[in-house]
Structure formats: C-alpha cells, structure tokens
Design a protein around this ligand. Structure first.
Ligand SMILES: [Zn+2]
Length: 350
C-alpha cells in the first residue's frame, strides 16, 4: 500500500475501515476490511476507539477534493496503542492523533512550524485516515489522550480545536476581554472557536441561519446570536462599536457583514470559505478601518500541545452525535443535512 506521505513514516489504515471509493456522496464511502501489519520503524499502531468526521470528509465523498480513491476518511482519532517501535509509547497507552501530515525532518518541522512543511497536509485527505480499527502513524503525531475525556470527546477535538486555537491565539492575537464574533455557528471549527474564546476570557457573539443553532450557540457561551442575513450593523451595536476579532469560515456570503461588524484595527481570521471561492472586499473599509485580514489553516504540534493543556484546564468539545463505524453513511448524511451542532463521531471499537 502506498501513501502520499513520501518521507518519514507511512500512514496506514488497517482492519475494518471507512473507505471513500467513489464520488457519489455518503453512499460512496463503504466499510472494507484491510490487511493488518506490524508498524514500521518510528511508527506506532493505534487501536482506534473513536474517529470524528469533518466537512472535509463530506466534500471528499462528493468529489470536491482532489483526492483519488480509495482513501480511508477522517483526520481525528483517539485510541489505545497496540504496538510501538519507539520508547515513548507502549501497548495500552491511551492516545490522540495530531491530525497533520508533515515530514517532521525539514527545517520548518524542526523549528516547530509544521504548517510550513512542504509536505504539510491533513490526515485522511493527504494520507489515509483514522476511520479504521488499526491506524499506523509517526510516533511524533501521537499525544496522550486527556484522561478527563470520553473516547467520543477525545476524537471530537483535534482538528477543529487545533484550527480554532491557531486562528484565535497565534493569528488573531486574542486577549482576555476581547470581543469575538463567530460566523456560522454550528460547524466544528465555529463551535470550537466559541468554546476556546470563552475559555480565554473573551466575550463571544455568533451568527447562524438556524434559530436552533443560535440557541445552542448561546448555551455554549455566546452572549448574543444573530441571523446570518445582514448581521453587520446589529453586531456592531450589540458589541458597543464592533468586535475585535471575527472568526470567518463562510466567505462570500458573510464577508462584507463581517467587515461591518469588526471594530477599527480589528482582525478577521479566515479558515475556510464554504459559500464560494471568491469574495468581494470593500477596500476602503479594509484600509480605513486599519483591519487585518488573516488566513489560517490547521496548526503546529506546539499549538496542539497548548490545546491539550487547555483541555486539562477545562476546555471541552461539543459532540453532536455518535454513530457506529458501520453506519458511516448515516453519519456523513447527518453532516450533509447541515443540522448538526458540533462534531459527528464514529465509534470504532472498544
Ligand atoms: Zn517538514
């Protein structure tokens, strides 16, 4: 079996696995049995207890990513070490996977800037993924599972919390007492951003098209929630002159309102663009407002450690629903319906 990861340890998904086989949507992802092997040098094999879905998996199933099937889906996984070729881990250790593909050897990786690695990618997109019984991965991708978490929680946080953490801290330089607007509450990164911003002492505002999701956003820490249509002025007024940081993942449909909602010298940090690939920017608003428009994706291993620390201090993900691995198509359909709030998890074994 080959992997797109050319250097370092090959990522392999074995045993029963949810495999993207053809771009027909959820029906194109099927559970298959793959041969089991021993881990190669530098690798750890993990008996996966739970994996979680991201929108990436759905886009892949619909053929929207440049991924040639077959590909085992899912970036997020937590489980028990089955066998290890390194001293750092032993069978029985409970672990989570840092969901980034990188070489671990280049200058950037050695400096802790994994996001700048030439081989940087996402587990389950640029390699096989965690929706399998036995997952082989570089030992440097393996971190201790927070003992306070259930298996579904441990599988729910990695990709979205890593992404939202880097957005809010490294990129948007969030400070205690800052006001944050999270656009499109309901998605995995958005719910993570609400939880993290609250954890870091920020005041949080949210938007969603769905009344149910607006209500849920309030339950997990937002102080006010607005309809996604025309929220710029309302957020500006409710926040007393605009927010300091906007967490954007919707793009063309909301960007101009996001730019209206932000205070002078505010930061708009963007990790995705679910409503289209090109957006118009009101240039005067950008320069006259002294705004920072920041791109961000995933995060470094050091930022993953910061997330683990925050979990130790009480930060938690939102789990929407747990499906058995065999019901992966139903789980993807749940994501496709856009009804979910928080993470859709696959229970794999144990
Ligand atoms: Zn590298």
């Amino acid at each position: 079996m080959t992997s797109l990861q050319a250097a370092g340890v090959e990522i392999r998904s074995e045993g029963r696995a949810a495999v993207f086989e053809e771009p027909t949507g959820p029906s194109g992802v099927r559970v298959r049995e793959r041969p089991r092997t021993a881990p190669g040098p530098g690798a750890v094999s993990i008996s996966i207890r739970a994996a979680s879905l991201n929108h990436l998996d759905l886009w892949m199933a619909h053929g929207a990513q440049r991924v040639t099937p077959p590909r085992v889906i899912c970036a997020d996984g937590a489980g028990v070490v089955e066998s290890s070729t390194v001293d750092a881990w032993k069978p029985g250790d409970e672990v989570v996977v840092y969901p980034v593909v990188c070489c671990w050897e280049c200058e950037w990786c050695r400096r802790g800037e994994n996001v700048r690695c030439a081989r940087f990618g996402v587990v389950g997109e640029h390699s096989d993924g965690t929706a399998c019984e036995l997952f082989h991965v570089d030992a440097r991708n393996v971190f201790p599972k927070p003992t306070v978490m259930s298996w579904p929680e441990a599988a729910a946080f990695p990709l979205t919390f890593l992404t939202a953490w880097r957005m809010l801290t490294t990129r948007a330089r969030l400070r205690e007492g800052d006001k944050v607007l999270v656009v499109g509450a309901g998605g995995g990164v958005a719910t993570a951003a609400i939880r993290i911003a609250r954890h870091l002492g920020a005041r949080v505002f949210a938007t969603s098209r769905s009344e149910v999701k607006r209500k849920r956003a309030l339950e997990i820490g937002a102080e006010a929630a607005f309809d996604s249509a025309d929220f710029g002025k309302a957020v500006r007024e409710a926040s007393g002159g605009g927010v300091d940081v906007v967490v954007e993942s919707v793009g063309p449909a909301t960007l101009s309102d996001s730019m209206r909602a932000v205070a002078p010298s505010g930061r708009i940090v963007i990790c995705g663009s679910t409503s289209g690939v090109k957006a118009e920017v009101a240039m005067a608003r950008l320069f006259w407002g002294q705004l920072d428009m920041l791109g961000s994706t995933m995060g470094n291993a050091g930022e993953f450690e910061d997330v683990l620390q925050a979990i130790g201090d009480g930060l938690r993900p939102v789990v929407d629903e747990v499906f058995p691995l065999d019901d992966v198509q139903a789980a993807l359909t749940r994501l496709d319906s856009a009804e979910q709030f928080g993470k859709v998890v696959l229970s794999v074994s144990g």
